[in-house]
Ligand binder design. Structure first.
Ligand code: IMP
Ligand code: MG
Length: 175
């Protein structure tokens, strides 16, 4: 059954913001930057962002890293583990890590530490969404699509128990 979902950002608003982010990447980052997209939540964001990057003349290399926090409930739990590793070497590469949402910061901290420990020349972080005031560890994103209030959101790749990723907009579940 479809729960009551309040639209926070429409398809059009998201698309417009992604063009802005890509324009910033084109100014700041090497054209052949290596992207590590965190699965599963960032796959829609990453797919659209990559094509926006193409339109700026960038040609990134792309890999995927699947991380999971134990007990995946609506409340961010403690431990994050690697479920599926990247396939490409990151030694000496400038890396842009892409994720859906920065909340406690544990997921992105693990991703960044892992890539740094493998010799990445630099790591930057781009997230679609950020919930301020929720950080359990000190970490900031270099690029943020939208800063949102402390509500549970779904759509555009984000899930509730692995559902609603297909929604083309970002919405908050009411109640
Ligand atoms: P962190 O490790 O606490 O920063 O959490 C990041 C991960 O928690 C994200 O990659 C999401 O998978 C999940 N998450 C956090 N907040 C939400 C939300 O509002 N909706 C859906 N997933 C969320
Ligand atoms: Mg999730």
């Amino acid at each position: 059954m479809m729960p009551d979902i309040e639209t926070l950002y429409t398809e059009t608003q998201i698309a417009r913001r992604l063009e802005e982010l890509a324009a910033q990447f084109a100014q700041d980052l090497p054209r052949d930057i290596m992207i590590v997209a965190l699965l599963r939540g960032s796959f829609v964001f990453a797919a659209d962002l990559l094509r926006a990057m193409h339109r700026t003349g960038m040609h990134p290399e792309v890999d995927f890293l699947t991380l999971a926090s134990y007990g995946e409930r609506r409340v961010s739990s403690g431990e994050v583990v690697i479920q599926r590793d990247i396939a490409e070497p990151v030694q000496g590469r400038d890396v842009l890590i892409i994720d859906d949402i920065l909340e406690s910061g544990r997921t992105l901290t693990l991703a960044r530490d892992l890539l740094t420990s493998r010799g990445a020349a630099s790591t930057r972080i781009a997230v679609l969404l950020e919930k301020p005031g929720k950080r359990a560890v000190q970490i900031n994103a270099d690029y943020v699509g939208f800063t949102i209030p402390d509500r549970f959101v779904v759509g555009y790749g984000l899930d509730d128990a692995n559902r609603w990723r297909e929604l083309p907009y970002i919405g908050a579940i009411k109640g």
